[in-house]
Design a binder for this molecule. Sequence first.
Ligand SMILES: [Ca+2]
Ligand SMILES: [Ca+2]
Ligand SMILES: [Ca+2]
Length: 596
Amino acid sequence: MSKQAYKVCCCFRRRFKFREAEAPDEIKALFGSYSENGLMTVDHLHKFLKEVQGEETVTMEEAESAMESIIKDLKHLHVFHRKVLNLEAFFRYLFSDANYPLISSNKVHQDMTAPLSHYFVYTSHNSYLTGNQISSDCSDVPIIKALEKGVRVIELDMWPNSTKDNVDIYHGRTLTTPVDLIKCLSSIRKHAFVASEYPVILTLEDHLTPDLQAKVAEMVTHTFGDVLFSSESECSSEFPSPESLKRKIIISTKPPKEYLETKSIKERDDHSRKAKNLSEEAAWGNEVSDIADHLKIHNELQNEPDDGEFLDEEDAREDIQELQQNAAPKYKNLIAIHARKRKGGIKDWLKIDPNNVTRISLSEEKFEKAVLSHGGDIVRFTQRNLLRIFPKAMRLDSSNYNPLIGWTHGAQMVALNMQGYGRYLWLMQGLFRANGGCGYVKKPDILLQIGPHSEVFDPKRALPVKKTLKVKVYMGDGWNLDFHHTHFDMYSPPDFYVKVGIAGVSDDSAVKKTKIVEDNWVPTWEEEFEFQLRVPELALLRIEVHEYDMSEKDDFGGQTCLPVSELREGIRGVPLYNQKGEKYKSVKLLMRFDFL
Ligand SMILES: [Ca+2]
Ligand SMILES: [Ca+2]
Ligand SMILES: [Ca+2]
């Protein structure tokens, strides 16, 4: 035990005892029953993995190699002459990366041979922006970062450059500083498959003349070469599988549009001023909305007929006939996933063509409106076709919306602003921790099934409880290593508490919290919570650590989101992440998960 001093004023210091992390009583008791004379052998470990950790099929050999790697990892603590663990080593092992809470931290384990429409795909919106939607810089750096995190859908807005002889990427009609298309393409080629071998889809928004389209075709073909997927031989009644598209880059866009002149700088100026008035997003972002409540409010605000004209920023004035005459033929050939222009009302664009699959793109507002009146049609549509949802234009600050509205209706490409840090992006990062972080997560069967009367999954329907998840929060550790001792409170150690919750279908959503442990860098809560889950397949476990301050907003202490379908039972070391979703070096929680 050591002491830590906090300066209160120039002549007075408060001293606090600093305790190293120590195993909670329950862990000590468990060690007692799986050890002899204070030592845990391979036999004991094997039994512990089977009985407590729920790893029923674990073999003696696996337990032995686990023991070896534990001893190797902990050799700085003790020198073990035999393959045994003492309490401290066992406790450290529980906290270690080897005891990760998900079934696979980096192994793809789902079936990857189903059509693309059977997967949620990690999707970014305006992937080239470094900050807000109006005046931030455009760069290939955020694209590289996204690809390295496993993002599989990258969006590029293509515009003519100032001399009209080359292609720039920027957010049209804003003050964002452009970046060369070719720079983005080369970076994509270089980083596409660093995090995952599964296909990268480029969604292009095109505001180009036929001349420049021809130039894009040349650049794309030249940069990507063999890696570019061409759809000529594909059967168009079903999308190919991620497995068959491994290490391929796929171009997806609408049929090219008529050339649109960039609006005047004056207008761009006005936008920029608007963006500056928006405050920076707070550390936490908005609380995760209950999707049913959210839709209800939305419904009350909407009085328009459901099948009105559904045009948005992506639609512009294109006409397919015009395209046939104008667009560069090479450019048209690049498009492997054709996005459909939406004509007429919701019913029309959700029409399923048995001979053709397509992709449509809707703003979050249009989508939410469509969900209210045509929820079932959307689920049916997304069983074979692709649906992309993007943030509404009002989100000038690059904030985000609740992605679960899209996922619970089968939308594959829920595009979020990757620079819009906060709870909604954490949900996204959480979902895509599943399936080894490869950027493709198989949609649960419930979203792919269709009944004899063509009934499909309805996230609003009251369903019986399928599983109860019991979550125990034992303790946390590592803040003293990752933060300065005055980071949380100037005059005393931090006061942590944990919020544990579920995001999923509306009936499953809940948030609970532990008590506050005051003035302690190594808090022990030992509190247990139960969550009743009707649709565990779509549930995400949300974990947030708050640092309580009486007079101000809580400080941020860490967060993670874990897909419930991949959660391992038993006692686990749960790594926490910062606001941006970057993993802390040392901060972890010790938790226990059980399904009843
Ligand atoms: Ca504080
Ligand atoms: Ca304090
Ligand atoms: Ca405090």
